[in-house]
Design a protein around this ligand. Structure first.
Ligand code: 13P
Length: 297
């Protein structure tokens, strides 16, 4: 089956390459439902910011499958008259089969995360995917080392990336490379020592291609800026939007607005609105730090 993604979606290759050259990073934001997708697209369009919308395999299951997600995102692109570059990306795809299914369903970008496999197998599977992805003009992300913590059931020990592997991976035709550089999914614990810039520098020297910072939530601004100066061109954010949504929704409920039956405070369109707005604000704050804010002007 041959399938090209929706005319309004783009792959993430050019936007991330431009970011690498221009020394800023594109924001990758994980979505969970309509509110997430709409908030990110609305904020991106209002601020002329290119963006990557991503789903983990867990989110794919939660949201009712690939067709539902592709239909929803493509529908929003049309109905909201989105003109900024938007890529729809599979985050931490655990198999080549899943990445191919996403491409067939209409995703414009995929990650194959073979960090749970022996390295040679990871490399072989990236090579197996690349031809199919390129035939469909879909961008590809691979991973070496591993990201610490747990991202939707994908657990990593936080092993640092190896420069030799970075060099080999960069020759497969991938568009950007994720690596363990001391980053962790979820909230950073008290004991966290910070990103390993020595590792990042040695990886970038070995592969000279756009690199991806997973676990982008809660990394201090000075570390984000330094990471970008050393080749990070895509930053993945999940937890930070979830926390923004949680805090705003909690405030609404603590103020008992959901119990105001006169005002129909129980209407989900009202109940979810503070969280929606908070996610938009967080998008703006983060993309300003990443430097991609307004880059689609
Ligand atoms: P955080 O949840 O820590 O932002 O990580 C997101 C991520 O890296 C998705 O791939």
């Amino acid at each position: 089956m041959s399938r090209k993604y929706h005319a309004k979606l783009v792959n993430a290759s050019k936007m991330v390459k431009d970011a690498h050259t221009g020394k800023y990073a594109i924001g990758h934001f994980n979505i969970n439902n309509l509110e997430w997708a709409k908030a990110i697209l609305e904020a991106a369009q209002e601020s002329s910011t290119p963006v990557i919308i991503a789903t983990s395999e867990g989110a794919v299951k939660y949201m009712g499958g690939l067709k539902t997600i592709v239909g929803m995102v493509n529908g929003l692109l049309d109905e909201m008259n989105i003109t900024v570059p938007v890529a729809l990306h599979l985050d931490h795809g655990q198999s080549v089969e899943m990445a191919k299914k996403c491409i067939e369903a209409g995703y414009s970008s995929v990650m194959f995360d073979g960090s749970h496999l022996p390295y040679e197998e990871n490399l072989a599977k990236v090579k197996e995917l690349i031809g199919f992805a390129k035939e469909h003009e879909v961008s590809v992300e691979a991973e070496i080392g591993s990201i610490g913590g747990n991202e939707d059931g994908v657990v990593g020990s936080g092993e640092l990336g190896d420069p030799k592997q970075a060099e080999e991976m960069s020759k497969t035709g991938i568009d950007f490379l994720a690596a363990g550089i001391g980053n962790i999914h979820g909230k950073y614990p008290e004991w966290w020592k910070g990103l390993s810039f020595d590792t990042l520098k040695s990886l970038q020297d070995a592969c000279d291609m756009p690199m991806v910072l997973h676990g982008g939530s809660g990394v201090p601004q000075d570390q984000v800026e330094k990471a970008i100066s050393l080749g990070i061109s895509k930053i993945n954010v999940n937890t930070e939007l979830q926390l923004a949504f949680r805090d705003a929704t909690r405030k609404y409920i603590e103020e008992k607005k959901d119990l105001d039956d006169e005002e129909k405070g129980f209407d989900p369109r009202k109940l979810l609105n503070p969280g929606f707005k908070a996610m938009k604000n967080t998008f703006v704050e983060l993309t300003k730090v990443f430097g991609c804010y307004g880059k689609a002007k």
